[in-house]
Write a protein that binds this ligand. Structure first.
Ligand code: F6P
Length: 322
């Protein structure tokens, strides 16, 4: 293999730069040229790319975001869009392609690898941690620490005022961010898609908490299809049980910032693993880390199969919140 392309796609995640850096340096050590494709699949379709050398990736390991830029690209979901991309890839002599992103990126990658003979390998980069085939995704650790920091701040003011707070975190259709930041922040309740709870039950649980002597409480809410749903929930709680509360939506703050050490190390291992995977003929897979070991999972399994919350964490959350 003489030339590899690399792109970041979908929502950015802290650690993407560390991953690009590792992939570039491992490629160059094998005398393989690395081409950076800008703005994800959108840039690929336009042929927006440039060679990456060692210097381009100097001093980026600590930076959030992605030096390549990223985008969500509906055009790539069409056969015509992918045909344009395949044509560009062929003409540029790229033989292997590294896709850093989440489930949407890997859906596109699965189709791309079916439709051309190029080796495509995925690297899980999303704060949501909702990708099957890896224990953690790049960016998740930073995001939960950002959320935790916010929860700790809210705790101070909630205690000072004896108040109930709803803190909404990201995570799309999953409760990974809510679960881990909630456990770490010692929050009273978690509202996550994996463990549905009715408004009535939430009222009862909060009432029990307050009867038991608590004067303030934090409920972490995982965003749903419609970010901002925590406003509706807190209003319903107020209407039903009379609890006055405040809402705090953390939003895109969770996507930025300098990656944690854990994210930098994971990103470096997976960036290197992606290049090695391409050299070892593991195209059509995603490189992840399972129980501390590098593991390659079929790209289509990464989004077709559902990653579950760890049952130990679910049990812990229930017991600890009482
Ligand atoms: O997938 C990462 C994520 O941050 C989700 O948690 C969130 O639902 C979504 O992206 C927001 O996307 P956008 O930045 O396009 O609004």
């Amino acid at each position: 293999m003489r030339k590899i392309g690399i792109l970041t796609s979908g929502g950015d995640a802290p650690g993407m730069n560390a991953c690009i850096r590792a992939a570039v340096r491992i490629s160059l050590s094998h005398k393989i040229e690395m081409i950076g494709i800008k703005w994800g699949f959108a840039g690929l379709i336009r042929g927006d790319m440039e060679p990456l050398d060692r210097r381009v990736v100097t001093n980026i390991i600590h930076q959030g975001g992605t030096i390549l830029g990223t985008a969500r690209c509906p055009e790539f979901q069409t056969e015509e869009g992918r045909a344009l991309a395949i044509d560009i890839l062929k003409r540029s002599g790229i033989e292997g392609l590294i896709l850093i992103g989440g489930d949407g990126t890997f859906r596109g990658g699965t189709l791309l690898s079916k439709e051309c003979d190029l080796s495509v390998i995925g690297v899980p980069g999303t704060i949501d941690n909702d990708v099957f085939g890896t224990d953690y995704t790049i960016g998740f650790d930073t995001a939960i620490n950002t959320a935790l920091n916010a929860i700790d701040h809210i705790r101070d003011t909630a205690t000072a005022h004896d108040r109930l707070f709803f803190v909404e975190v990201m995570g799309r259709h999953t409760g990974f961010i809510a679960m881990e930041s909630g456990i770490a922040g010692g929050v009273e309740e978690l509202l996550i898609p994996e463990i549905p709870m009715s408004i009535e039950d939430l009222c009862l649980r909060l009432e029990r908490n307050f009867r038991g002597g608590k004067k303030s409480a934090i409920v972490v809410v995982a965003e749903t299809e419609q970010p901002g749903d925590s406003f509706r929930i807190s209003k319903e709680i107020k209407d039903k049980a009379g609890f006055d509360s405040r809402d705090c939506i953390l939003g895109h703050i969770q996507r930025g910032g300098s990656p944690t050490a854990r994210d930098r190390v994971l990103a470096s291992k997976l960036g290197a693993g992606a290049v090695r995977g391409l050299l070892e003929g593991k195209g059509g897979t995603m490189v992840g880390e399972i129980k501390g070991e590098i593991a390659y999972t079929l790209l289509k399994d990464t989004w077709e199969k559902k990653k579950r919350l760890h049952p130990d964490l679910e049990n812990l959350a229930k017991i600890m919140s009482d």
